[in-house]
Design a protein around this ligand. Structure first.
Ligand code: FES
Ligand SMILES: [Fe+2]
Length: 343
């Protein structure tokens, strides 16, 4: 399988990059070393020495220089080889290592996996709620041994929540919700409005409707290749949306390989910001939903599919799938166009 390369992928939460040292993560099958330079900016280079391919993450860092642990070539954080301790000490021109454009934005580190000349930070999607000045933020990272497009389906079609997350995030009102799918350029909006819902327990604890019927909207925007904004909002049934409370969040899927995914998620609230008990309860709720309900299902789905192509299986398409299917088609076209432009 091939990936879209000329786009930004979420590589890590900003706090994952240590002030000193480095960490490494495989993205689109490439092992990448992330390190902050002397000014605190995150840099990304291939985690593979150009000599005999030792991982530089095993090396020694002194200032902004990393020494390969195998034969001692030294590299700076832009990937330039700056020292060859052997023989005539000349630095071969092919000894430099690939560097990747990175940008810190929305509390995340974003990486550009394609042509560096085309890396435009304005192409990073506008996420909502990732501002600690204005919101209390629950967020996390979940490694999932499954293909990222199935994880996109999971968010784009929230019709699963009354089954997989019954009583926690879902209710029967989700099944009869109005679904509205729109496309704007390459962005797909998959919006769901559930009317007259008695909120399930976890949501009642957050939104405090007092057990009264509510309208709940779950609006997802998908940005290629697999970055989604999800806004969940609640009002008393029939009341205008603008007077409701909302939880904006991000669901960002970054392929590690064809069959494994880095999943970064967030959920923000600008109400009851100092309610630490609520915050801890929400953390537990998300852990239960994502780690113990979504993830096992996505792994079971992976095993049932057994490596066959999604389209070759002629999947049944239900009304709520329209957004997910649109996203898959757009992504496929973007990858095809990108590859055609290269050849
Ligand atoms: S593998 Fe790095 S110097 Fe030989
Ligand atoms: Fe789910």
């Amino acid at each position: 399988m091939s990936f879209l390369r000329n786009c930004w992928y979420a590589a890590a939460w900003d706090e994952e990059a240590p002030a000193e040292g480095s960490f490494n993560r495989r993205i689109l099958n490439e092992d990448i070393l992330f390190a902050r330079d002397g000014s605190g900016e995150v840099r990304a280079i291939r985690n593979r020495c150009s000599h005999r391919f030792s991982p530089l993450s095993l090396g020694t860092r002194t200032g902004d220089i990393i020494e390969c642990p195998y034969h001692g070539l030294r590299f700076d954080l832009t990937g330039r080889c700056v020292l060859n301790p052997h023989g005539n000490q000349q630095i071969p021109s092919n000894s430099h290592i690939k560097a990747y454009p990175v940008v810190a934005r929305h509390m995340l580190i974003w990486i550009w996996m394609g042509d560096p000349e085309k890396a435009d930070p304005d192409m990073i999607p506008e996420l909502l709620g990732l501002d600690p000045e204005k919101y209390s933020i629950n967020k996390g990272y979940m490694y999932t041994p499954a293909n990222y497009e199935y994880m996109t389906d999971n968010i784009m079609d929230l019709g699963h929540i009354d089954y997989l997350h019954k009583g926690l995030l879902g209710s029967e009102a989700i099944n009869r919700a109005e679904v509205d799918v729109k496309q704007a350029g390459n962005v797909v909006h998959s919006n769901r409005l559930a009317r007259n819902e008695i909120l399930p327990t976890a949501l009642e604890a957050v939104f405090q409707s007092g057990g009264k019927p509510c309208d709940r909207w779950l609006d997802v925007s998908w940005h290629p290749p697999a970055n989604m904004v999800l806004v969940v909002g609640v009002t008393e049934a029939g009341a205008p949306e603008r007077i409701g409370r909302t939880n904006p969040g991000a669901h960002l899927m970054t392929p590690e390989t064809d069959t494994t995914t880095h999943y970064f998620w967030s959920n923000s609230r600008d109400f009851r910001r100092d309610d630490h008990e609520l915050h801890a309860m929400m953390d537990q709720g998300f852990e239960l939903a994502f780690e113990h309900q979504d993830k096992p299902m996505i792994i079971a789905q992976r095993d049932a599919i057994g490596g066959e192509d999604f389209w070759d299986l002629h999947p049944v398409i239900l009304e709520g799938d329209a957004g997910a299917i649109r996203a898959r088609r757009i992504l496929r076209k973007l990858i095809r166009d990108e590859q055609a432009a290269k050849s």
